[in-house]
Design a protein around this ligand. Structure first.
Ligand SMILES: Nc1ncnc2c1ncn2[C@@H]1O[C@H](COP(=O)(O)OP(=O)(O)OP(=O)(O)O)[C@@H](O)[C@H]1O
Ligand SMILES: [Mg+2]
Length: 250
């Protein structure tokens, strides 16, 4: 089934961008048509992964109502050895654009939610996309919550750091439930399976379904931003585990 998937987290640095890029890549490699969005307008990253030569317009322009989404999707399929399968809508990483984003008023945010719902409809129903993957800013940022509200499936990424787990459960209870959203959880960067960490996993399971538990692999952290892990290392355990997660998502 066609889906818009928002990848969110309570804390920063949990692996949202890494997972968004690799999940989108696995789906595209499976023959699905995928749109990947950089909705982390405060700290855009996807341009560092895909190094697009020419970007005519950004998601910022679409959300502000200046431009149509069709014009902002860049075909990056070549990078993953495919044709017409993976498209990215980048965010404007200029200092002015980030400043402008931070000073947005509530009215803009409400309009942005409407725009996200229009984008969903257009891509999934008119442009034949199978999946939209949205990489967001961490925490209770208005735009990230909008992307959660607009999603068919929100995914929360957390580590097994105690404050991360508590914060994740808190936003599930205080925010996701209010919007009647049931997130799936990916636990990432797991360093050990001590009794204490297992208890934290049980805490997460009280509120949500966990669809994957991924260890911390040093080779991921040291890899260049511009490389896509599942392409570079198709036989690696992390790739296999992500493929299992994707099968659950599908
Ligand atoms: N399983 C893992 N093992 C080791 N390193 C990882 C793992 N997952 C992600 N990382 C690394 O952790 C760092 C942070 O990941 P990433 O940028 O994807 O997080 P993020 O949640 O998008 O951060 P932000 O909240 O700042 O947007 C990166 O260097 C990434 O390569
Ligand atoms: Mg990120």
């Amino acid at each position: 089934m066609k889906k818009m998937i928002t990848i969110h987290s309570f804390k920063g640095g949990t692996g949202k961008t890494q997972l968004s890029v690799n999940i989108a890549t696995i789906l595209a490699k499976k023959g699905k048509k995928v749109a990947l969005f950089d909705l982390d307008l405060r700290a855009p990253t996807l341009h560092e992964v895909f190094n697009p030569k020419k970007v005519k317009c950004y998601i910022n322009d679409v959300l502000s109502g200046n431009i149509e989404i069709n014009d902002c999707m860049i075909d990056v399929s070549e990078k993953i050895g495919e044709k017409n399968k993976l498209y990215v809508c980048f965010a404007n990483s200029s200092t002015e654009a980030i400043r402008e984003m931070i000073s947005r008023k509530r009215k803009w945010e409400i309009e942005a939610l409407k725009k996200l719902l229009i984008i969903r409809k257009k891509l999934l129903e008119e442009m034949n996309f199978d999946y939209i993957i949205i990489d967001t800013s961490p925490g209770i940022i208005y735009l990230s919550i909008n992307a959660v509200v607009a999603a068919d499936l929100p995914i929360l990424v957390t580590t097994l750091d105690e404050s991360d787990v508590n914060g994740t459960n808190k936003i599930v209870r205080d925010l996701y439930k209010v919007f009647e959203k049931k997130p799936m959880i990916i636990v990432n960067k797991v360093l050990n399976t001590s009794e204490e960490k297992m208890k934290l996993l049980d805490e997460l399971r009280k509120e949500s379904e966990i669809i994957g538990i991924l260890p911390c692999f040093c080779e991921i952290g040291i890899m260049k931003r511009s490389s896509i892990f599942v392409i570079e290392k198709p036989q690696h355990q992390f790739t296999k585990m992500l493929e299992d997660i994707v099968n659950k998502i599908i």
